[in-house]
Design a protein around this ligand. Structure first.
Ligand code: MN3
Length: 202
């Protein structure tokens, strides 16, 4: 069964002024679509064709570069559209807020660490908040790798992530990746992050 592009759960302009409509449209309709199409091509006629995406991602490093890049691209973007949204941002509450305080000392310290992970990821990649051995950690991955992959340097379950490829911000922020990262906090869907965090405890 071929993978398909999930619909964006809000309008392209819903994240204005933090992430502009044109970036969202190209990012979702062109970039994400290309990962889906190329993943389908890479697994067509192979034993991986019938596997769910989560399973493919976990073994992506041992399948092929095409599956690693495009399977990761499909997983990462599907995740990203869900953990951002309109009428979002601010500070987390509840269990996830307590866990962030416990792991990093404060929400502000966590944001600094996450932003630094995104800003210092050379070239293209992602910064992540993951659950590893029951604890929150910040990490980053190159290209379309993610912490679920067999080849990840730091493995864990992502509960928040940010795309720091230039295609995610260049139209509005050009070379100013830190400005994009600062704006990102206005669109974080903490309800979704809290749900993902709760799921890691089951
Ligand atoms: Mn992207």
């Amino acid at each position: 069964m071929a993978f398909t592009l999930p619909a964006l759960p809000y309008a392209f302009d819903a994240l204005e002024p933090y992430i502009d409509a044109q970036t969202m449209q190209i990012h979702h309709d062109k970039h994400h679509q290309a990962y889906v199409d190329n993943l389908n091509k890479a697994i067509a006629g192979t034993e991986n064709e019938s596997k769910p995406l989560d399973e493919i991602v976990k073994i992506a490093g041992s399948i092929s570069p095409a599956v690693r890049n495009n399977g990761g691209g499909h997983w990462n973007h599907s995740f990203f559209w869900e953990i951002i949204g309109p009428n979002a941002g601010g500070a987390p509450t509840g269990d996830i807020a307590q866990a962030i305080d416990a792991a990093f000392g404060s929400f502000d310290t966590f944001k600094e660490k996450f932003n630094a992970a995104g800003a210092t990821r050379f070239g293209s990649g992602w910064a992540w908040l993951i659950v590893k051995d029951g604890k929150l950690e910040v990490t980053s991955t190159p290209n379309q790798d993610n912490p679920l992959m067999d080849i990840a340097e730091v493995k864990g379950t992502p509960v928040l992530g940010v795309d720091v490829w230039e295609h995610a911000y260049y139209l509005k922020y050009q070379n100013r990746r830190p400005e994009y990262l600062a704006a990102f906090w206005n669109v974080v869907n903490w309800e979704k992050v809290a749900t993902l965090f709760a799921a890691t405890k089951k």
